[in-house]
Design a protein around this ligand. Sequence first.
Ligand code: SF4
Length: 354
Amino acid sequence: MTTTDKDLFFDIHPDTYSQWAAQNGLPKYCLEQVSDWITKHHCLSFDDMTNISKKNRSILADRLRLNPFTSVTNQKASDGLATKYIFTLDSGVCIEAVALQERGYETLCVSSQAGCPVDCKFCLTGISGLKRNLTVSEIVGQLAIVLANNHHITHIVFMGMGEPLLNLKAVLPAMDWFQEPWGFHISRRHITVSTSGYEPGIDYLIKNNRYLNLAFSVGSAIPSIRETIMPIEKRYPITQLSLKLRQYSSQHNRKLTLEYTLLATVNDTDLCADQLIQLARFLNAKVNLINLNPHPMIPFEPVSHKHLMRFRQRLVMGGVQTTIRHPKGQDIVAACGQLQLTAVADTPISRQPK
Ligand code: SF4
């Protein structure tokens, strides 16, 4: 069997282990053992799964693929706190994830799409356009490989490449792998999904009563400014969207997070702060401020430290719980909004309208 003919392990849901095992002449518990080795012992090599008989390991290796990528490389930031992983897909396109070391815990920022069609003007991924949605295996594989490289991931954020709500078909089963006891068993409160405000996705979550720890990327709470930096505003206006977000957070009685990327002279005025306060109060949300990570291809500048503190102070005085996300991994272009779609081979990267 060639590598691409093999089934990808994370595409097989545990509910179907019996069926898959029977079709391949194996007992069901073999798949449970494989799952245990990967999710609890962070092992991705059949050879090392020593409680499985040699014969069964050989059948498994012949039929199953644990690593969905054709190659994986990584790069560590000079401060040692961020490691960027670059995964090559079968098509030759590369996607990225970043492991971020914090005090006492480690977060993995995962990608949900190869590129992104949403085109936020302050984000390098947006410049790349969309290549395709990632599969369940390609999303879960990012975590499995990083864990196998001796990271101790306790938190996950869907803030890498892509708009996760545009790929719920793969993101929701991947979330199950991340949080269920039969999977990696990471607390669902430690898994954050960041959205630019794709309203049909929020509608889906409401209708199906599906809880995700959502972070909403605001851009600006003023629609005329928002549409200049986040074209999605034209299609799903923030005035309408905020009603849906309020419905969603009250359905689950959980606080939303508003992500706010500060861009000098664009969304950093007192009026912008006051509108953000209004939005945060309406949604009973907290705010996470991110000063822009500058890049030659991004036509904006960050605000000064003094201005960042002043903006934060205004939000706090307005009664809004506010934190600042400090940049990590800038020297390896791994900071927030800096993940960029690349191709190993000569693969054209299309820019598609949303
Ligand atoms: S910020 Fe997120 S949604 Fe916007 S272009 Fe970048 S990856 Fe896509």
